[in-house]
Design a binder for this molecule. Structure first.
Ligand SMILES: [Zn+2]
Length: 399
């Protein structure tokens, strides 16, 4: 719609002009709204154009979150408390896992570029696992617009689009077709059913949809060959997703022989361990786990009932997260080389050191309590215990 000019100018137009004139003028420090906007746009363009940083010899798992679902839904006093998700550098293939609150701002503080992201996996619909996915998709959209062709390819023809629809309808598993149909490579986006349902309003925007190879991931899926060296399988996590509790995922990756298990948000039940073992087999890992990322959630008062002779796990366990009982159980059952305890309730912050000390003294596995920006290196040249690199410098605010 055109703004009327001339005699029929609306009364507010001179006011808007005066506001713009004043904002255009430079202040004492030489800056104006215009220069600030230019700077911001240049910053965004530079970020989108940054070149890949991943190396083919790398395998490392980066923690880009802190605390559990309650943060930042409840007010936090820790400015670094926000953040959802992980970034897994699997050789030269970058996988975003569960981009929740603040994922993007944390990711931008790492040395990685947006173009380092090759695939995205979302285990369930809770905001601390999903919130930033839409923003991420929008950044890819801007990036592709700047390149003027989606993912370096021309937009798919009508014929290809229709064949994708047919394929999606017939299989129910792949809404956008596969490379075997001769369709250009797009970023695989793996969503569990809940995350798909929640993302539908924006995900089915045609431009965004064409950026991704969208796949529904169900518990027990796999092996999914992401590259020649990287395989993924899933298992069922026992977690209430509001719409249902049957679709939450835990993940198992095998990256060139290094095996990473992410418990996802799940209560501990024997079936969870069985599911993990099946997934380990699917990715050809046998029983070997190099890194277990265990989602504690919190420690419930009810868990201490085990001390009172109540050996019924049914009444004492934390049902939607591992809790301390589930963390102990999973570590003992899987015997990983390293366990990183993550998704920790912020209320436990004052006693984190105690928890880490007790777990390390009582369990034979090395246990580390996750901190935002921790990087877990799994060298491909050895089969040794993964090493933890803390990166406190990334916690500093941007200059
Ligand atoms: Zn959750």
């Amino acid at each position: 719609m055109n703004i009327p000019v001339g005699k029929s100018d609306p009364e507010w137009l001179p006011i808007a002009r005066r506001v713009l004139e004043r904002l255009q003028k430079r202040g004492d420090d030489g800056s104006s709204v215009c220069t600030v906007i230019e700077h911001a746009e240049r910053h965004l363009k530079d970020a989108l154009k940054r070149r890949r940083k991943l190396g083919a010899a790398e395998c490392c798992f980066e923690i880009l979150r802190q605390y559990s679902s309650w943060t930042p839904l409840l007010v936090s006093h820790d400015r670094n408390a926000v953040g959802g998700g992980y970034f897994f550098c699997a050789k030269d293939y970058g996988i975003v896992i569960d981009p929740g609150h603040g994922f993007l701002s944390n990711f931008c503080k790492t040395p990685h570029a947006l173009s380092d992201i090759n695939a995205i996996v979302v285990t369930h619909l809770h905001t601390d696992h999903l919130q930033d996915l839409e923003s991420l998709a929008n950044l890819f959209r801007i990036q592709n617009r700047a390149a003027n062709k989606p993912n370096g390819h021309e937009p798919p023809s009508q014929v290809i689009r229709i064949s994708r629809e047919i394929h999606a309808t017939l299989t129910g598993t792949n809404l956008s077709g596969e490379s075997s149909l001769g369709i250009p490579y797009r970023k695989p986006l793996f969503l569990n059913t809940g995350a798909l349902v929640k993302s539908m309003p924006w995900l089915f925007n045609e431009e965004i949809r064409n950026l991704f190879d969208l796949r529904i991931l169900n518990p027990g899926d796999g092996p999914i060959q992401l590259t020649d060296d990287v395989v993924l399988a899933t298992f069922r996590a026992e977690h209430d997703e509001l719409i249902d509790n049957r679709y939450c995922l835990g993940l198992v990756f095998n990256c060139a022989g290094r095996v990473v298990v992410i418990s996802g948000d799940t209560g501990w039940y024997p079936e969870v361990t069985e599911g993990i073992r099946r997934a380990l087999k699917m990715v050809n890992a046998g029983d070997r786990v190099d890194l277990l990322v265990a989602h504690l959630g919190s420690i419930k008062a009810s868990e201490f009932a085990l001390l009172n002779g109540d050996l019924s796990l049914g009444s004492s366990r934390y049902k939607t997260h591992l809790g301390i009982i589930g963390v102990c159980a999973l570590i003992e059952e899987l015997n990983p080389k390293l366990c990183v305890v993550s998704e920790i309730g912020e209320e436990l912050a004052p006693v984190l050191k105690d928890i880490g000390k007790v777990l390390n003294e009582e369990l034979k596995t090395q246990v580390h309590l996750a901190d935002v920006f921790d990087q877990i290196d799994l060298p491909l040249s050895s089969t040794g215990v993964p090493t933890i690199v803390a990166r406190p410098q990334l916690k500093l605010p941007h200059a």
